[in-house]
Design a protein. Structure first.
Ligand code: SF4
Length: 395
């Protein structure tokens, strides 16, 4: 349901995916909470037992280095300590922990696991799903397709009514609740399951014969409330997908992958097309560079005005570094060289002039009169670099 193309790559083509640290982290914390709630009789495990369980069952895949892993482990321990302190008093043995279901939706098999189900009355239950990633909006539980699916599965398979649905944000220990999802919401999700499964069934052959670029339902998300389209962009949906370089939906960004697969590459017409695409990419790059320069100037102006060196977006952070340097016009260059030569520093600047003079000016042992002379011949300029990098996403 997440993405029919992903399903195709994962289960039909069996393309391996890279391990991701945020999945390892999320699963390690989920497993520790499963351990906490899995007792048959009271009392629950002690905090040291829960923390030991985390240590013994810690998943190590996907971290970029030992430091990142150690930081996450520490964060995991903090989450469990805070959770324990907050919830020991209201501890009850749940009705189910990690409830595995296998639901038939109009002939489509849907499987999943519900983190926790509590009985809140003779025939009523509360469903809870733990999250370890970024904080979410107040209406996240109301809009969650995942919770709609859990409600469908529990009501149908357990024969109990859902009274409350909760997404529990573990890093902030914040539960976000929702009333049971409406019959219309449930029905919309049922229809979507059938539509996506039908799309896969009807179009797999066409996709393999390259008659279509991707499954028509590929970017369909968050539609269970009847909204016409997803609130997420295609870029957001696909951002962390390992299959992106192989995915026909992104062939325009990964021409090499598409070209390598195509036997028609030997064809001159195909080659001409590639040349044109390469030319177009160059033009687009120039345009994007201009846009990026304008945005950079805008960000730098705001950072300077506020006295900041760093700013955060949702997905990126920008760090400003400022370097001072001296610039010399063509008319001053002979005088600069003459001044350096006559002061006996010529050998220090042999080679490309500007960088060497910069180096010389940074040298604290440079005689004051030479420094003054050089600085009078040039004018001070500033170059600003703006480093941009992705902020890591978590589960
Ligand atoms: S890149 Fe996007 S469309 Fe393609 S498989 Fe991944 S999530 Fe699906």
């Amino acid at each position: 349901l997440e993405c029919p193309m992903k399903w195709h790559f994962r289960y039909i083509q069996k393309v391996p995916e890279k391990p991701k640290h945020f999945f390892s982290f999320g699963k390690s914390i989920h497993d520790a909470l499963e351990y906490f709630y899995s007792v048959k009789t009271l009392p629950p495990p002690s905090l040291p037992e829960v923390l030991r369980y985390l240590d013994d069952n810690w998943l190590t895949e996907g971290y970029k280095d030992a430091k990142q892993e150690a930081d996450y482990k520490e964060q995991g321990r903090t989450i469990l300590k805070e959770y324990y302190a907050k919830h020991l008093a209201d501890y009850r043995i749940p009705y189910f922990v990690e409830y595995g279901f296998n639901l038939d939706v109009e002939g489509v098999k849907v499987t999943g696991f519900v983190d926790r189900i509590d009985k809140v009355g003779d025939d009523r239950i509360a469903i809870l799903d733990y999250k370890t990633g970024k904080a979410f909006a107040k209406d996240a539980a109301v809009l969650s397709d995942q919770l709609t699916m859990y409600q469908m599965a529990c009501e149908e398979l357990l024969g109990l009514k859902v009274e409350r649905l909760t997404l529990y944000h573990l890093p902030s220990q914040t539960p976000v609740n929702s009333e049971p999802h409406s019959a219309a919401q449930v029905q919309a999700l049922r229809e979507r399951v059938v539509r996506v499964a039908g799309d896969i069934k009807a179009n797999t052959g066409k996709l393999e014969r390259a008659e279509i670029k991707h499954f028509p339902t590929v970017f369909e998300r968050n539609t269970s409330l009847g909204k016409p389209s997803s609130s997420m962009t295609a870029e957001q949906i696909c951002h962390w997908c390992d299959f992106k370089p192989l995915c026909p939906a992104w062939a325009h960004q990964y021409p090499k992958a598409e070209a390598a697969e195509s036997p028609a590459l030997k064809d001159d017409a195909k080659l001409a097309k590639l040349v044109d695409r390469y030319g177009k990419a160059h033009d687009e790059m120039k345009e994007l560079e201009e846009k990026a320069d304008a945005l950079k100037a805008e960000i730098v102006a705001v950072l300077k005005e506020r006295g900041y060196v760093k700013a955060f977006g949702q997905k990126y952070e920008a760090v400003m570094r400022s370097d001072e340097r001296w610039e010399f016009g063509p008319e001053s260059k002979p005088k600069v060289l003459d001044a350096i030569k006559s002061a006996g520093f010529w050998d220090r600047i042999v080679g490309p002039m500007a960088p060497k003079v910069q180096e010389l000016l940074k040298d604290a042992s440079l005689p004051m009169d030479l420094r003054d002379r050089l600085q009078r011949l040039g004018k001070k300029a500033e170059s600003v670099t703006l480093r941009i990098k992705k902020v890591e996403e978590e589960r």
